[in-house]
Design a binder for this molecule. Structure first.
Ligand SMILES: C[S@@+](CC[C@H](N)C(=O)[O-])C[C@H]1O[C@@H](n2cnc3c(N)ncnc32)[C@H](O)[C@@H]1O
Length: 277
């Protein structure tokens, strides 16, 4: 029987993007080794419980136009059940021939760096996303947390597209109006990472796609994006977001960062890339 998710799944493919409903670890395990130029992902941190405390108050988020209340520090069942960093990386890092860019909890930085080294990648270091509009959570008791960690590594010899770039990136979190996912990342930030760590035509993988931020930006910048999401509600919302923001044809890879949230204009003079693995 074809359900709503299957229908959305069918329509979440285009010349430069392939967004699949299902387990990203099992799905991407089918890829040939060394077939991915950039693994850019934001896996569940598995830290919900550690952040829940008595003083937290619920916060209100907007999803698909309707409001819901989510307790602070609890991101959903997916965050509690996710495998440990060593498990999913064991399957997916061998697929990468270029860069690995992983959002993680601050407490996981060392673990992910060790994992990259164990896979014979160079653990290049940690980047910081400085959120310029952090949630003023527990502001009377401790400094407000205004940054997220992103561990990066690469296969030896992989090129870097930056020059004199600092590893601290300032960017606002998506506003409640833009947000369809509790941990949605800013399009501008992801665009900077994709530009720095891949070239046009590169294969970009996000096995834990959430609201599909990585896929939207990658396709709009002329990369070939493969992503997975295993939560049906998030998948359907993200598939709709892709339909609104990725052109069914091609778009200019030079699309400037601020315009990425606008629906893309079809472009007739960019080359069509065949999407195959
Ligand atoms: C931290 S969120 C990613 C948010 C994303 N960066 C964005 O901008 O929206 C992680 C997502 O991974 C999904 N997920 C968890 N385990 C998964 C799995 N095994 N396969 C595919 N998706 C998974 C969760 O449902 C969640 O939506």
């Amino acid at each position: 029987m074809i359900g709503a998710t299957d229908v959305a799944h069918e329509s979440a493919r285009g010349p430069l993007h392939d967004f699949r409903f299902g387990d990203g670890i099992a799905g991407a395990s089918e890829l040939p080794d060394l077939s991915v130029d950039l693994l850019l992902t934001d896996p569940p941190y598995n830290i919900s419980k550690a952040y829940v405390c008595e003083t937290q108050v619920p916060r209100r988020l907007r999803t698909n136009g309707s409001d819901f209340i989510m307790p602070k520090g609890y991101f959903g069942q997916w965050d509690e059940e996710f495998p440990q960093p060593g498990e999913w990386t064991r399957v997916l890092i061998p697929k990468v021939r270029g860069w690995v860019v992983i959002f993680c909890a601050q407490a996981q930085i060392g673990e992910y760096c060790n994992i990259l080294n164990a896979h014979k990648l160079s653990a290049v270091g940690t980047m910081v996303w400085h959120k310029t509009n952090p949630v003023p959570f527990n502001h009377r008791y401790k400094p407000i947390n205004a940054w997220e960690a992103i561990v990066i590594g690469k296969r030896p010899g992989t090129k870097f597209n930056g020059k004199t770039i600092h590893n601290v990136f300032e960017c606002k979190s998506p506003s409640p109006q833009e947000r369809i996912h509790p941990t949605q990342k800013p399009l501008d930030l992801i665009a900077k990472f994709i530009t720095l760590f891949s070239n046009k035509g590169a294969v970009v993988l996000d096995p834990f796609a959430g609201s599909a931020t990585t896929l939207i930006v990658a396709a709009n910048l002329g990369r070939r994006a493969l992503g997975y999401e295993n939560d049906p509600t998030h998948f359907d919302a993200a598939a709709m977001r892709i339909r609104r923001h990725v052109s069914p044809l091609e778009v200019h890879p030079e699309t400037s960062f601020p315009s990425l949230e606008k629906p893309a204009e079809p472009c007739n003079h960019c080359p069509q890339l065949t999407f195959s693995w």
